[in-house]
Design a protein around this ligand. Structure first.
Ligand code: GLN
Length: 508
């Protein structure tokens, strides 16, 4: 038998159902693994061992009593520290929420606990989900106070971001599955760089209630898992209309596991757009991605060359609209209502500087926010300011409409698009953090999806050998709105005939 901690949701739920294992034993195995290697990986900000074991025992009791159980009952999951968890510290990896303990639960996590999942802990991320490497986190991690999150495939490299902690936790078997959020790629890019499966659902499929907002018109939560099948299982649980989120959709939720059984890509048309294979794409990454695309062809799909010229503008549009929304969403952190306040500052001199209410706001924000967060608040305030609103914000909104229209048109010709996820391999710490523009460029393949509200997945597509390490490469499948079933079916079929997703990193 494999080590308990290495199970997928599917495998663990079958073993739980047959009585071969208990949720308590499985949860203990995960914590033993965390104690053994999370000091190296650093996936978690907060661990909830006691609570987890209690939740696991409750699940075992439900099972013993013959209750009807969901497929994730008793399954240990990790949650990005951006979801409010009642009574469990939630930081958004920012000092401004350092001691923030939510008084209510996000809809996504509420659904997980109602379905019986076990909370292992809260994972590290880029501060307020702003970043592509998890380096903007204000925190060192729960099990190694000197270190941030590392890529399990090469501990000298970043795990991607912003959901880097969740991706590393799944890749290193520090949980069975995880939840992340994606505003411009934060589920897909770390999934790609850590060789796991990450799905960003259609905007509105999953409620945003209780998820700390970055850019509300782009944010979407989704599963980060060991297989596509597990992503389908989690999506079944977390999807659906929520009266607390007016942008959530009441479209019926299909059973996302049903269509996985199809297993033939015979009538599928997959578009390959030259715009995603241009300048800036590493040739090694390109080779792996093209190879994976030819695998889809072998499975029966028809590969269709397409052109998406508007995609060139997506990154520019994103880096105008996203900061605009960030500047508005982060206005609420004022040193009065949540978390850090200069009035509670450790430094006497800072505290004495606060002579007015406005000083309290300004000084609390100065102390609480990190550099990247401040940069985006300033960019956002600038593009929304009276003199520049038309030139930047309004224009970007117009181009957003054009990007969306272009995708809609392409999806009349093809069912899905196949693209790279990250233009480069996982990079070394510090390689891009000093230069925000080069960091922003790492989002170029994932960002176009969010302004258009589309669903997209990253699946493991292969490896490049470098410095004696195997470095992961992911493939992205993008579909029209509400096409999660097709995306999952295609990804699952690929995973039935490849074993990239089964490879495990050797953590040294
Ligand atoms: N890397 C992107 C950014 O920094 C995406 C972040 C996200 O999806 N949360 O904005």
């Amino acid at each position: 038998m494999n080590e308990l901690y290495s199970f997928t949701i599917k495998e663990a739920s079958e073993k739980l159902a047959s009585g071969e294992i208990t949720s308590e034993r499985l949860t203990e195995a995960i914590f033993e693994r965390i104690e053994e290697i999370d000091s190296k990986v650093g996936a978690y900000i907060t661990l909830c061992k006691e609570k987890a074991l209690e939740m696991a025992r409750e699940s075992d009791l439900r099972r013993k009593n013959g209750a009807t159980l969901s497929e994730i009952d008793g399954i240990p999951v990790a949650v990005k520290d951006l979801f409010l968890t009642k009574g469990v510290r939630t930081t958004a990896a920012s000092n401004i929420l350092n001691d923030f303990v939510p008084i209510y639960e996000s809809t996504v996590t509420r659904k997980l606990w109602e379905a019986g999942a076990v909370l292992i802990g809260k994972t590290n991320l880029d501060q307020f989900a702003m970043g592509s490497s998890t380096e903007t986190s204000a925190y060192n991690t729960a099990t190694d106070f000197d270190s941030t999150t590392r890529n399990p495939w090469d501990l000298d490299r970043i795990p991607g971001g912003s959901s880097g902690g969740s991706a590393a936790a799944v890749a290193a078997d520090l949980c069975v599955a995880a939840i992340g959020t994606d505003t411009g790629g934060s589920i897909r890019q770390p999934a790609s760089l850590c060789s796991i499966t990450g799905l960003k659902p259609t905007y509105g499929r999953v409620s945003r209630y209780g998820t700390i907002a970055m850019a509300s018109s782009l944010d979407q939560a989704g599963p980060m898992t060991k297989t596509v099948e597990d992503a389908a299982i989690l999506l079944n649980i977390i999807s659906g209309y929520d009266k607390f989120d007016s942008t959530s959709s009441d479209k019926p939720i299909p059973n996302y596991c049903e269509k996985l059984k199809v297993k033939s890509l015979k009538s599928m048309r997959i578009g390959v757009s030259a715009e995603f294979f241009g300048e800036g794409l590493d040739s090694e990454v390109e080779a792996v991605v093209r190879n994976a695309i030819s695998e889809f062809e072998k499975l029966g799909a028809k590969i269709v060359p397409v052109s998406l010229p508007m995609v060139h503008y997506a990154l520019a549009v994103y880096y105008i609209l996203m900061p605009a929304e960030v500047s508005s969403n982060l206005a609420r952190y004022d040193g009065i209502r949540f978390g850090h306040s200069v009035l509670k500052s450790k430094s006497e001199s800072q505290m004495s500087k606060a002579e007015s209410l406005e000083d309290v706001y300004n000084l609390s924000r100065e102390e609480g926010f990190g550099a990247e967060t401040k940069r985006r608040i300033m960019l956002g305030s600038y593009v929304l300011s009276a003199g520049y609103y038309d030139a930047y914000y309004k224009k970007a909104q117009r181009v957003r409409t054009l990007i969306k229209a272009e995708f809609e048109k392409i999806f009349e010709e093809v069912d899905l698009l196949a693209t790279p996820v990250s233009p480069t391999l996982p990079f070394k710490f510090g390689e891009k953090s000093a230069d925000p523009l080069s960091m922003y460029l790492s989002d170029i393949m994932t960002v176009p999806v969010n302004p258009a509200g589309l669903p997209a997945i990253s699946i493991p597509a292969g490896f490049v050998e470098k410095d004696d390490k195997s470095l992961p490469v992911g493939l992205q499948l993008i579909g029209p709105m509400w096409s999660e079933e097709t995306i999952l079916m295609a990804g699952h079929t690929f995973q039935q005939s490849t074993d990239w997703h089964k490879r495990k990193p050797e953590i040294q």
